[in-house]
Each structure stands twice: as C-alpha cells, then as structure tokens.
Write a protein that binds this ligand. Structure first.
Ligand code: HEC
Length: 231
C-alpha cells in the first residue's frame, strides 16, 4: 500500500511537471494594457528623458546640426576625400539637381516647370556662406525648400556640401589653380577648344525655356509656360 501510494505520487509529479504552464501564465502586460502600478495607469512606459537609442549618440553637435552654440560651423566635421566628393556628387545629382540643376545655378528641371527659382550657388553670399549654413538648409529646409533630413543621412549631407563647394570653386577656377605637380598633366591633356562660359549664356537669369520661342519660331506654342505656378 505504501509503495503504490508513493508510486502514484511520483507519477502525478511527472505528469504535472510535463505540462507546466508557468511560462505562459507568468505575470506580464499585454500591449497597451492598463496598469495600477503607475500613477498614469500606463503599462507602456515612456522613455526616460535623455534616453539615447543605440547608434544615435550624436554627441558632436556641429556634425549633426551644422551649428555650435547657435553659430553655423565653418569647417567640415571630417576630412573631405575624393570618395566623399564622388559620393556627394551622386547624392547631389539625385536630391538637389532637380531644382538647383547639375551646375548649381538654380535652373533645374522642376524650376523650368514652374517651381520657385532657388538662388544660384555662385553668388558671393552663398560662396561665402559657412558649410554649417548648407547643413542647416538641408536638415531643416529653407523657405520654399523642404527638409531633406528624412532622405539624406547627416554623413551624406556633408558629402553633398563638399560637392557644392567643388561646384562653386569650379566656376571661377583658373589653370593656375591646378597644383604645380599636376600642371604637366593639364598641359598634356587634349585641347578641347574654348569652353563655353555658363556665365555668358545668361543661365543664371531666366529659365532657358523663355528663350526658346524666339530661337525656334512656331514651335514655341508647344512649350509649357515657365511662369506657371504649380502651387
Ligand atoms: C524641390 C526643389 C528643391 C530641391 C530638390 C532642393 N532645393 Fe534647395 N532650394 C530650393 C528653393 C526654391 C530655394 C529657395 C528657397 C527660398 O528662398 O524660399 C532653395 C534654397 C537653397 C539654398 C539657399 C539657402 C539660402 O541661404 O538662400 C541652399 C544652400 C539649398 N537650397 C541647398 C539644397 C541642397 C543641398 C539640396 C539637396 C539636398 C536642395 N537644396 C534641394 C528648392 C530645392
């Protein structure tokens, strides 16, 4: 009798432990469930002030806002290499050239179709503007221009700015600006004849489309009106 009793107990123990529900029935909150534990009755706790997600520390204020103590910074937060410029060129052509054009004169295709004309990058004001200002414009938008923060990573914003600087320099570059050790390469380069000076074509003023009717009489009627506002 004693033996069979302990055997029964043993079997019961095995059976019960075989289907333990503890892990399923543990005390826990389902999403958005009320909780009496906290004063606001929310079981989902808000982040503590100052919480930083992994990979988002962003302690370098200048690199992520373009400003330090409210002042636009004047230097790039990392060295500008050829790779950075190539990346910047690619991103610029994707995200900025539709309005600012590939040369930065502001005659992009969307502008030719009626969008507000951005200022040319080749004005003294923007040539002298600190790089931090460009970062701020891309990050927060500027007037009619929207923010590109959601589409262009901070690293790429700086790459774009480096390329904008290259565009600005190239407008006024002279053969003498080529470093001494590259002068020989320049002299050996095939002569492509006189370069068309974009300044002389008046591409900084007007949209280019405006000039078409007089150049090709009769076909002008089919051109969209560049003055048309799309807003
Ligand atoms: C959809 C058209 C559009 C795109 C795309 C665009 N911009 Fe602009 N941008 C504008 C317009 C319009 C202005 C003038 C805004 C104003 O003055 O109201 C402007 C102004 C600017 C200015 C001048 C700010 C100043 O101080 O006057 C800079 C710099 C600039 N954009 C940089 C960029 C860069 C860099 C990109 C790409 C990441 C870009 N923009 C993409 C339309 C655009």
């Amino acid at each position: 009798m004693r033996n069979s009793c302990s055997l029964l107990l043993l079997t019961t123990c095995f059976v019960l432990s075989g289907c333990r529900q503890d892990m399923h029935d543990q005390p826990k909150y389902r999403p958005l469930q009320l909780s009496g534990l906290f004063r606001d009755n929310r079981s989902e706790r808000p982040l503590l002030p100052g919480t930083v997600a992994r990979g988002f520390l962003r302690a370098d204020e200048g690199a992520y806002t373009g400003k330090v103590n409210g002042q636009a910074i004047t230097t790039f937060p990392f060295p500008v290499t050829k790779e950075v410029l190539i990346r910047g060129q690619e991103r610029f052509n994707i995200y900025c050239s539709p309005c600012h054009s590939r040369t930065g004169d502001g005659n992009g295709m969307i502008v030719q179709r009626g969008f507000s004309h951005p200022p040319s990058y080749h004005t003294d004001r923007l040539r002298n503007a600190p790089v931090g200002h460009f970062f701020d414009v891309i990050t927060n938008g500027f007037g009619a221009m929207q923010s590109y923060a959601a589409r262009v990573e901070p690293q790429d914003r700086w790459a774009i700015i480096a390329y904008v600087r290259a565009l600005q320099v190239s407008r006024n570059a002279r053969a003498a600006d080529v470093p001494a050790d590259k002068q020989a390469e320049l002299a050996a380069a095939p002569d492509t004849g006189p370069q068309k000076n974009p300044e002389q074509t008046g591409s900084d003023t007007g949209t280019g489309l405006e000039k078409q009717p007089s150049a090709a009489k009769g076909t002008g009627g089919a051109q969209p009106n560049p003055k048309q506002e799309t807003k």
